[in-house]
Design a binder for this molecule. Structure first.
Ligand code: MRU
Length: 366
C-alpha cells in the first residue's frame, strides 16, 4: 500500500541493510513514525509492546528477529534462545510459532557461518509469501462482494462490517479481511465499511480507519456494540474478519468481540466470513477452546488513550480506582457460525473436511 504516494510495508529491511524498519503502530493514527529494530531484544519488544501486531505481521517480525539474533551470534544456543525469546512475546497468534518453526527448520541444519544470510533470505521470503497469500485472499473475497453487488441498485454500496485491524498494517501488505475490500474499491465497486472501534486498544478506530481513509475507502467508525443494531436494520451485507488462529475444524480465534458479531450475524442472516491465510491454521487443534487466550495489562481497560485539543497524546482513566478489571484479548467463534473461510486457495467450509479439501497435504496431521 502507499502512504502519501510512497509504497510502504509495515516491515521491511532498513535502507542500510543493517536493521529492520517498522511502522510504530502504537503512534497511529496521531503520528506516522518508523522505528528501527537492530537486535533480538528490539524485535521481541516490538511484538510484546505491540509496535507491530496482527498475526501475519507478528510472524514476519519474529522471522526478522531471528535474523537479527543470528547477526550477533549464530551458534545453536543463540538460535534456540532467539526462538524461545520471540515465542514468549505473545501467546495467541499461531503465525508467531509457525514462523519460528520455519526459521528453525531452515537454519538448524546449516553451519553457523551460513545462518545470518540464510535467515535474512528466509525472513524476506516469509514476508513476500504473506503478500502473495493476502492478494489471493482478496481475489477470492472479491467474488463474494461481486455477488452481493448484483443485488444492489446502481451505485449503492456493499456494506461490510469488520472488527479489529486485519488490514495491511496487520500483515506485510494488503491485509487479510481488507484485501477483498481494497480490491473491490480499486475495481470501482462501491463499498462502505463499518469499522468496529475495538476496545480496549482501538485497532479499528485507530488503525483500520486510518488505513481506509488513507486509501479513500468510504467507512464509518462505530462503537463495538453497534453491529447487532445495524444488522437488524439491514445495514450490513457481510462481515469479514481476520483470525489469529483457526483450528483444523474451523473454529476461529480472533480479537475479543468477534464471537458476538458472529452471533448477531447468524441471528440476522448476515454472511460471516473469515479471511484465513494458511499459516494461521493450527492443524494440531480440533477444539477452539484449547487456544491460549492472551490476557493483557489492566491499564488498557482502566484508561483510554487519546489526543487532547493541545495535541498531546495522553491516557485518561475511565474506571473507578477501586475497580479491578479483566482484559481478555481474543475469543473463539465456533465453526458453525462461520459462513466460509477465505483462504489463498479459495473459500473453504469451516470444517475439517472443508479445510482439507483445499489443503490435502495436511491430511496426515489434522
Ligand atoms: O492484538 P492484535 O492487534 O495483534 O490482534 C489482531 C487481530 O485480532 C487481527 O484480527 C488478526 O491478527 C488478524 S490480522 C490479519
Amino acid at each position: 500500500m502507499k502512504v502519501k504516494g510512497t509504497p510502504m510495508r509495515p516491515i521491511q529491511p532498513s535502507a542500510d541493510g543493517q536493521a529492520v524498519s517498522i511502522i510504530d503502530q502504537t503512534k497511529l493514527p496521531h503520528e506516522f513514525v518508523l522505528a528501527r529494530l537492530e537486535t533480538l531484544a528490539d524485535a521481541a519488544n516490538a511484538i510484546r509492546a505491540m509496535l507491530v501486531r496482527g498475526a501475519p505481521l507478528i510472524g514476519a517480525t519474529a522471522a526478522y528477529g531471528v535474523w537479527l539474533a543470528m547477526r550477533a551470534d549464530a551458534s545453536d544456543e543463540a538460535l534456540e534462545n532467539a526462538i524461545d525469546t520471540l515465542a514468549a512475546t505473545r501467546p495467541t497468534a499461531i503465525n508467531l510459532r509457525w514462523a519460528l518453526e520455519d526459521m528453525r527448520g531452515t537454519l538448524a541444519p546449516l553451519p553457523p557461518a551460513d545462518r545470518p544470510a540464510a535467515a535474512f533470505a528466509r525472513a524476506g521470503a516469509i514476508a513476500d509469501e504473506d503478500v502473495a497469500i493476502n492478494h489471493a485472499i482478496g481475489r477470492h473475497g472479491l467474488e463474494i462482494i461481486r455477488r452481493l453487488v448484483a443485488g444492489k441498485r446502481p451505485g449503492e454500496p456493499v456494506n461490510i462490517l469488520t472488527h479489529c485491524n486485519a488490514g495491511w498494517l496487520a500483515t506485510v501488505d494488503w491485509g487479510t479481511a481488507t484485501s477483498p475490500i481494497y480490491q473491490a474499491h480499486d475495481a470501482g465497486i462501491p463499498v462502505h465499511v463499518w469499522v468496529d472501534e475495538t476496545r480496549p486498544r482501538n485497532q479499528g478506530a485507530g488503525l483500520t480507519a486510518w488505513e481506509l481513509a488513507n486509501h479513500g475507502v468510504p467507512h464509518k467508525v462505530i462503537v463495538d456494540n453497534a453491529g447487532g443494531h445495524l444488522m437488524q436494520h439491514g445495514l450490513v451485507d457481510m462481515v469479514i474478519v481476520g483470525t489469529d488462529r483457526t483450528t483444523a475444524t474451523g473454529d476461529v480465534c480472533n480479537k475479543i468481540g468477534t464471537y458476538l458479531k458472529a452471533l448477531a450475524a447468524r441471528d440476522n442472516g448476515v454472511p460471516f466470513y473469515v479471511a484465513l491465510p494458511s499459516p494461521t491454521i493450527d492443524w494440531s487443534l480440533s477444539d477452539g477452546r484449547a487456544i491460549p487466550i492472551e490476557e493483557r495489562d489492566a491499564a488498557e481497560v482502566t484508561h483510554v488513550w487519546g489526543r487532547t485539543v493541545d495535541g498531546e497524546v495522553l491516557p485518561v482513566r475511565v474506571t473507578p480506582e477501586e475497580s479491578s478489571v479483566a482484559n481478555y484479548g481474543f475469543d473463539v467463534t465456533p465453526a458453525r457460525l462461520v459462513t466460509g473461510l477465505i483462504t489463498e486457495r479459495g473459500i473453504a467450509e469451516a470444517s475439517r473436511e472443508g479445510l482439507l479439501a483445499l489443503f490435502p497435504e495436511y491430511r496426515a496431521r489434522a
